[in-house]
Design a protein around this ligand. Sequence first.
Ligand SMILES: Nc1ncnc2c1ncn2[C@@H]1O[C@H](COP(=O)(O)OP(=O)(O)OP(=O)(O)O)[C@@H](O)[C@H]1O
Length: 231
Amino acid sequence: MIELTSVDQKYGGTQILWDLDLKIKKGSRTCIMGRNGVGKTTLLQVIMGMLPISAGNLVINDKDMAKESVESRPVIGVGYVPQGRHIFPLLTVEENLKVSLNCKRQKSKTIPEHIYELFPVLKEMLHRRGGDLSGGQQQQLAIARALVLNPNILILDEPNEGIQPNIVQLIRDVLLKLNKEHGMTIVLVEQKLPFARAVGEEFVLMEKGHVIATGPMPELTDELVGKYLAV
Ligand SMILES: Nc1ncnc2c1ncn2[C@@H]1O[C@H](COP(=O)(O)OP(=O)(O)OP(=O)(O)O)[C@@H](O)[C@H]1O
């Protein structure tokens, strides 16, 4: 469960998130949507502890996380796939995955086999450098790297940006499988409506640093789409 209450966030003197309230249920699949620049990435970075909040509360998995650092997130089971992937281009696929295993709470130093079942291409390319992979392969690596620590919440920022359609389908299937078979809570920022509708059970609509509507995905009406999502 993730709960933000009356959260404000500022970059220097510029306030981006305003009195933001949001509840994300355990085991749900939630898509955060809104036009460019409304604060979606900022919201994810606040949840991840990468940006401090200037007011309000943040509770994740029943723990007060408002003042905890980014390093505390894997410890309570939160995985993150950043926008733009941020894999290490000079490390091999295997080394990229092993970076996560160096996290303190991780006892096992082997990559769980189910990662390769989800993303078979990574096994084939284990010794290839991350920077030499295609965009779609890099995205699979970025998701796999977050899964190595076996999170109970997976947060993804626009995982389909610049990705070819067959890999978009694979990512959709993996996210649904992780949620349905492993009970993982999925939170993603998504701009593309068909993908959001296919993966999300719940939507969160943002506008100018506020959450302006939430609900089950079927309640994301054409009127809301026209008003807050269409360019
Ligand atoms: N480091 C920063 N310093 C100052 N302002 C920033 C910084 N990062 C983002 N912003 C501003 O905060 C606002 C929200 O940005 P954010 O990236 O969270 O939006 P977004 O909804 O994720 O947009 P996009 O869909 O384009 O990724 C924007 O006006 C942006 O210019």
